[in-house]
Design a protein around this ligand. Structure first.
Ligand code: SAM
Length: 384
């Protein structure tokens, strides 16, 4: 080893170099660095480099002494990673289990899951659905006509709880239970590792009279738990922002009186909850299934760099809550490839399907109300 650097001049690159060159001298230097004052990212690299050294006895000793001390979880994850990589050795396997038991932590559980399944790959999708398809009826039961893993993207705006004419749930819990049943089916038909995107916003049940309060439901908070319970995990929240002139005015009272507590802002946003179906492999494996090379035009096309999308809402004579086509276009562009089967289990007037076809995807739409989907048969849909 070269002459030891003072800790001030230590960088991540220098630590990595120490880790690569395996020697007792470097091990000593790494331990010395672990015991000194260093920035967290550098020290994290120190822990990782210790794990890459040759002397397994010393690695074991380091981890078993340090993993149960109060320290940064980032360091524990590195130590745990080393125990997984040496888990053919019984002592490391036992140490790994002790760390899991001690912290009972979701990151460690996910690391173990990925490690144990590291050779798993997505099953190549069998595109059994080759034509736009319409399932008329309750999606909780009609989705049973779709095979497991046949769909590559789900985008939907679920029925609102008691906010619009088509809502007929006797309580909020009944509504959530129904949504959960449909999401369970969605999870079954979606290919492992692919995305489901749910468009929701809080709704309000009108007050029955001036002497009562209205009830407002933060639907997306509850959707988070039912999505988790049905096999998805949280990835992103995209905020759809509408022009203020297009939404109901709620701030009028405050405008007149300026009395604190009477303030009710105009709601110009809706959430797009982006979740991924649990899979024992990284998203890279899903991407690798496609030979996608962007065209010159695609390379130069502007795209959304933030999670705020500014889109005007759309109104439609035949349906009270249609998607703007622009919203569907963005979702399809960022979360699916040409040729993919894309599903909307609450399709309404079928906006998603219409845009999907234009973008060379194969839509599957489910809709309960025959009135809304009348005419889709003429647009090339197989009605099953
Ligand atoms: C918010 S709207 C969707 C509007 C749609 N995004 C569009 O662009 O027209 C929800 C739709 O779900 C339908 N729906 C409600 N419950 C359903 C169920 N169990 N199965 C299938 N469709 C259902 C309603 O009839 C309604 O048209």
């Amino acid at each position: 080893m070269k002459k030891a650097d003072s800790t001030e001049s230590i960088t991540i690159e220098k630590v990595k170099a120490l880790g690569k060159e395996k020697s007792e001298e470097n091990f000593d230097r790494l331990l010395e660095l672990y015991n000194s004052e260093l920035a967290i990212p550098i020290k994290r690299e120190v822990v990782s480099s210790i794990g890459r050294q040759k002397n397994k006895e010393r690695i074991y000793q380091f981890i078993s002494e340090r993993a149960f001390e109060k320290t940064y979880m980032e360091f524990i994850y590195q130590m745990f990673r080393t125990t997984l990589y040496h888990s053919k050795d019984e002592r490391f396997r036992e140490l790994s289990e002790r760390i899991m038991e001690h912290y009972d932590n979701e990151v460690l559980r996910k690391m173990k899951y990925y490690y144990e399944n590291k050779r798993k790959k997505p099953k190549p999708p069998e595109h059994l659905i080759s034509k736009p398809t319409l399932l008329v009826g309750d999606s909780e039961s009609t989705l049973s006509r779709i095979n497991d893993g046949e769909v590559q993207l789900i985008f939907t705006s679920p029925p609102y709880y008691n906010a619009r004419e088509y809502s007929d749930y006797t309580s909020y819990q009944v509504y959530l239970d129904k949504m959960k049943n449909v999401l369970r089916e969605c999870s079954r038909v979606l290919e492992d590792g692919r995305f489901i995107i749910i468009n929701v916003s809080p709704v309000i049940t009108k007050r029955p009279g001036r002497e009562f309060e209205s009830v407002r439901y933060p639907i997306h908070f509850d959707f988070h738990s039912i999505l988790q319970q049905t096999g998805f995990y949280f990835v992103d929240e995209i905020i759809w922002i509408k022009p203020e002139s297009s939404v109901k005015d709620r701030v009028g009272g405050y405008r007149q009186t300026r009395k604190p507590l009477s303030y009710k802002p105009n709601c110009i946003t809706e959430s797009l909850m982006v979740y991924r179906k649990t899979a024992p492999f990284l998203l890279d494996e899903n991407i690798k299934q496609y030979d996608f090379v962007p065209s010159e035009e695609e390379k130069n096309e502007p795209f959304d760099t933030s999670n705020c999308w500014y889109i005007a809402p759309k109104s439609n004579r035949n349906h009270p809550a249609v998607f703007p086509e622009e919203l569907c276009r963005k979702v399809l562009k960022y979360y699916s490839y040409a040729g993919d089967v894309v599903l909307d289990p609450f399709a309404g007037s079928g906006t998603f399907g219409k845009v999907a076809q234009k973008m060379e995807r194969i839509p599957v739409l489910c809709e309960l109300n025959e009135q809304y989907v009348k005419g889709l048969g003429d647009e090339g849909y197989d009605v099953i």
